[in-house]
Design a protein around this ligand. Sequence first.
Ligand code: THU
Length: 133
Amino acid sequence: MTDAELMRAAAKAREMAYAPYSRFLVGAALLTKSGRVYTGCNIENAAYTPCNCAERTAFFKAVSEGEREFSALAVIGGRAGEAGEFTPPCGVCRQVIAEFCKKDFRILLGNETHFEAYTLDMLLPFSFTGENL
Ligand code: THU
């Protein structure tokens, strides 16, 4: 699975986004070390607080299927029909990623035309993890 293929999987997952309130559609694709891909979309709720981001949907699907080892995550988002800026994971999602992934875990952020690779350490430096407990 190439980075470009993982980005395409995220774009496909974005088509399933349920975001009637923000109309901000996000897709994520999570690659396991064993080569499987788990996708996710954002799922909103009229009560707002229960909204779930695409990244966490992908992680929770994977972890609930027994996966624990991950090598990369691709994320694409934006308002429907608008040329997208990159959509960096929110703080809550970064914390969830840090629960399962090391500092060098790769996070691909993209839009319709290109993507760039970051590491978890770049997006969440000086993080609080199980090693602090
Ligand atoms: N959202 C994500 O799914 N992932 C992100 O990285 C940022 C935000 C969702 C949450 C909400 O449904 C919508 O985008 C607007 O914040």
